[in-house]
Design a binder for this molecule. Structure first.
Ligand code: HEC
Length: 184
């Protein structure tokens, strides 16, 4: 079914009201009416522009999402090192949440993101649930390969792939304001 543009609907609706209401109108009234319609049309355009700007500011692109994604991934590593399994799990759960935003905002990447989640975040979370450092470490290494393989396989209008974004195991904690050991 073809959807009817809300803007067109609004303009047609208003034109009808003006036309019916002023059917005995003089031509100067008609001029006033068409000025009103074009003013309204401009206002609707302004509202649309405003909505577009707002959408951009609340819908971060994948590059912005990836900054949070990778920081949480790194924090998960240091949480696991500190045997703070709840924090490790928490970071993975938060990765899933921010990735959902990516799936909605950038549907082109949704399938690859979902595949990464099932293939790499599930085992990582399971290892955290089981408080198993060996499994966590193995799942972490595999996830890094998963990050990089997605980067190699994706493209956008400017870049034919994202191989230049290569993830490695973190060498330092991403922040120093958190005690990865948590509260005892
Ligand atoms: C859907 C496949 C996909 C997966 C899976 C993926 N990425 Fe990304 N990543 C991208 C794309 C595409 C970009 C570039 C996005 C853009 O700029 O529009 C990107 C960008 C990045 C960036 C650059 C952001 C910056 O400026 O710092 C980092 C870092 C990053 N990803 C980390 C990761 C990490 C860590 C993982 C795994 C835990 C991961 N990515 C998994 C697709 C993916």
């Amino acid at each position: 079914m073809r959807s009817f543009s809300p803007k067109l609907a609004l303009i047609l609706g208003l034109s009808t009201v003006l036309f019916v209401g002023c059917s005995s109108a003089t031509s100067s009234n008609n001029t006033a009416n068409s000025t009103a319609v074009s003013d309204l049309s401009k206002k609707v355009d302004d509202v649309q522009k405003f909505v577009d700007v707002q959408k951009k500011s609340v819908n971060p692109g994948l590059g912005t999402i990836m900054i949070e994604y990778s920081q949480r991934f790194s924090k998960a590593w240091y949480a696991a090192q500190a045997q703070n399994w709840d924090l490790a799990k928490y970071q993975i759960v938060e990765m899933r949440e921010i990735q959902e935003t990516g799936e909605v905002d950038r549907p082109n990447f949704a399938n690859s993101l979902k595949a990464f989640e099932a293939g790499f975040l599930d085992p990582l979370e399971k290892a955290a649930d089981n408080k198993n450092m060996n499994d966590f470490s193995a799942a972490y290494d595999k996830a890094i390969l998963g990050c990089n393989s997605c980067h190699a396989g994706q493209k956008n209008a400017e870049f034919s792939n994202f191989k230049f974004i290569k993830i490695q195991k973190p060498k330092n904690p991403p922040v120093d304001y958190m005690d990865f050991e948590g509260q005892k």
